[in-house]
Ligand binder design. Sequence first.
Ligand SMILES: C[S@@+](CC[C@H](N)C(=O)[O-])C[C@H]1O[C@@H](n2cnc3c(N)ncnc32)[C@H](O)[C@@H]1O
Length: 261
Amino acid sequence: MVGSMKNRQYHIKFPPTDPHQLSQDEAYFYLLENHEDIKIRFHDYSEIYKRPGLYEQLFYDRLKCNSPKKVRDILAKVLSDNRVEMTELRVLDLGAGNGMFGEQLQAGGVARVIGVDISPEAADACARDRPGRYDAYYVGDISNNEAAISEDLKSWQFDCLSCVAALGFGDIPASAFAHAFNLISPSGWVAFNIKETFLLASDNSGFSTLVKTLLNSDALEVHHLERYRHRISIDGRPLFYHALVGRKESDIPPSVMSTLS
Ligand SMILES: C[S@@+](CC[C@H](N)C(=O)[O-])C[C@H]1O[C@@H](n2cnc3c(N)ncnc32)[C@H](O)[C@@H]1O
């Protein structure tokens, strides 16, 4: 993190509302700016990214998010167990945001890391706060193969897909994740995290169905699945996620792709 961001402190307040009445994508906070409380939803990333250091202060300092390091550590361990060097990896980081996971990957010495995010503000924040962490950063929606960036992405010949704190809950839809998965070479690596409820049999959201399909099909060989504390909620309760690292065995077949939205 650049020095000027480290020292910047925003005045953040959480609402009195019982947070259990709000789903994770409805949660919000107030930011005191110019003597006014501005209400910002946790998922209004464009508003958050516009303000240098606010994302880090909110999610990492205040709410103790630990996911980029956790997923990086698990990926490193799985690679080491399989005698693969992290320095060989060509990673597609989907939902790259302002570069928190790209920073972890770069510190691990990966050969290439390419960011993709739907939000132009994320790309601007990454260039502003973590310049040079990605070899390239694309703004766009990869939910379908017609996307203008798909051809460019193919040319990077990825052998690893990462996606941290970005799946489900109105963030990255199943179809975008599935297209990214199919951009990875056979026997490439996949590292991501998801809220624990996505693995429940009772969850039949599109994303949950895709993950369960992956776990029960030949497309992905799971090497490590771990439940851990992703962060705390605004009233201090732990929010548990699963981190998963696996090896791609085959593309998600067209019969499954056509069912995804
Ligand atoms: C919570 S942030 C996580 C950012 C980063 N991976 C991290 O660990 O800090 C979620 C990111 O997913 C991005 N996102 C949401 N929907 C997306 C989509 N359809 N395609 C690509 N990125 C998307 C958001 O713009 C946001 O930057």
